[in-house]
Ligand binder design. Sequence first.
Ligand code: 5GP
Ligand code: ZN
Length: 111
Amino acid sequence: MTCLFCQIAAGERPATIVYRSDDVVAFRDIHPQAPTHILIIPTKHIVSVAEATVEDEGLIGRLVTTAKEIAQQANLQGYRLVINTGSQAGQSVFHLHVHLLGGRALQWPPG
Ligand code: 5GP
Ligand code: ZN
């Protein structure tokens, strides 16, 4: 298995896991861009939003509600959820993931 995030989901690669269920895993980003920077992924390998299907709707919804729960537990006053899709948009790991960013003021528009 060569996908980094499949390896993390399977426990085959170390990560600071903050949440785990049968179908969703959340862990701290190795290069945090904010005081709170957590990645929420499906355990199912989906390359990106561009490859997601209607069958994945419930799963993708759970990524967002999991992010909300983590943000509430971290007592974030505001936060941003980001899903980079495709290399031109900055996606570097091709296993769908939601970035949860918070703990500092965030600029808009992003770069
Ligand atoms: P992307 O650029 O694809 O939207 O986000 C990928 C994120 O994964 C980056 O923020 C990067 O720092 C993070 N990342 C890459 N490899 C690893 C790793 O092995 N462990 C963890 N925890 N994060 C990683
Ligand atoms: Zn994967």
